[in-house]
Design a protein around this ligand. Structure first.
Ligand code: FES
Length: 183
């Protein structure tokens, strides 16, 4: 006791500090509310991030277009419709096999081609070309299209979507991009 520092000694008349813990701690209801709001905010963030990313890409990133070669003009017969497979180069690097596309290509005459998207304009099933009947048939609900892509019967509301085509340096090219034109 002889060595204790007198400055550490509490003055005897110092007021006692009492803490009202009921005001410091949150109640169970408030705590649960806080947890609920935090979880809802977190879930909202998880949902919002992809949506914001999509909106950013859709509205601010310029849409790409490209002409894709699908073979020399001479390999296609006038009046014949055949399927062509190509890689859509306007997508993203991680598209992988999803960048593979098929189109129905028709050589209309010596100098012009028509290319149709394979997807039915009703609900998107792939249509097949029936050479004997000269019709595109949809296997899902019986949609039928003429050789020029116009609707011949069934539920499709619109003609088949068309890709623009051109001939460049002896090659047939199909224009790919985000929006296809209709017949
Ligand atoms: S998806 Fe082709 S007719 Fe329905």
């Amino acid at each position: 006791m002889c060595c204790s520092d007198p400055s550490n000694k509490k003055p005897e008349n110092e007021p006692k500090v009492s803490i009202d813990w009921s005001k410091v701690l949150v109640s169970r209801d408030e705590f649960l509310k806080l947890v609920g709001v935090t979880c809802a905010g977190f879930i909202g963030l998880i949902v919002a991030i992809p949506a914001v990313g999509f909106a950013f890409e859709y509205f601010l990133v310029p849409r790409k277009e490209d002409w894709i070669k699908v073979g020399p003009v001479g390999q296609y017969e006038v009046g014949k419709t055949v399927d062509v497979v190509f890689t859509d180069t306007t997508g993203t690097p991680w598209d992988g096999v999803c960048a593979k596309r098929t189109a129905w290509l028709r050589r209309v005459d010596e100098g012009s081609f028509e290319a149709f998207a394979v997807n039915c304009t009703h609900l998107g099933c792939p249509v097949r070309w029936e050479a004997g009947a000269e019709l595109f048939m949809c296997p899902c609900h019986g949609g039928v299209y003429y050789s020029d892509g116009n609707v011949a019967g069934g539920p499709p509301p619109r003609p088949l979507h068309k890709y623009p085509t051109r001939i460049a340096k002896g090659q047939v090219e199909i224009k790919v991009g985000p929006v296809l034109t209709e017949s």
